[in-house]
Design a protein around this ligand. Structure first.
Ligand code: C2G
Length: 136
């Protein structure tokens, strides 16, 4: 039983997110996704357009994942890996090398990021700025 864990904000859910989750589902029988809370996003220096409840619901509604849970810090990953019995950690390669410290806990693989799509790009097309109120 291969159990995979991955993390993200998944704001303005787009085909880059979907392709990442699809590749995850081809690699493991269980996919567990840590979705960044609104508070953690503020710590990451970003405000999401959609709040946590919508972003986590949209990840679940892909039908590709086993569970979603709140990501409140970068440091919680080893506990999540142990709690869920994950043997594979996946992130897009925009994070390449950032999570190699997880190697003692499970395999770490960075997958190629989907080009030409990002939440930042979509926000710019929406003329959305961090001063705009967050949608629920
Ligand atoms: N992604 C991708 N291609 C894109 C955009 C995103 O493959 N065009 C991947 C990212 O590499 C990441 C996942 O989709 O693996 C989620 O991306 P974000 O929502 O941007 O996640 P981020 O804000 O980078 O938060 O602890 C890790 C952080 O929570 C990641």
């Amino acid at each position: 039983m291969s159990r995979l864990i991955t993390y993200g904000t998944f704001d303005l859910f787009h085909h880059g997110h979907l392709r990442l989750l699809r590749r995850c589902s081809a690699l493991a029988s269980e996919i567990h996704v840590g979705v960044s809370t609104d508070a953690f996003n503020m710590e990451k220096g970003k405000r999401s357009v959609w709040g946590y409840s919508r972003r986590s619901r949209e990840v679940l509604e892909t039908g590709l994942v086993t569970s979603v849970f709140p990501e409140r810090s970068f440091e919680q990953k080893p506990k999540d890996i142990t709690r869920l019995g994950a043997n594979l950690f996946i992130m897009g390669d925009d994070w390449k090398g950032q999570f190699d410290w997880l190697v003692p806990f499970c395999d770490v693989i960075y997958l190629p990021r989907t080009p030409n799509i990002s939440t930042t790009l979509l926000k710019s097309k929406l003329n959305w700025t961090s001063n705009d109120s967050q949608c629920r």
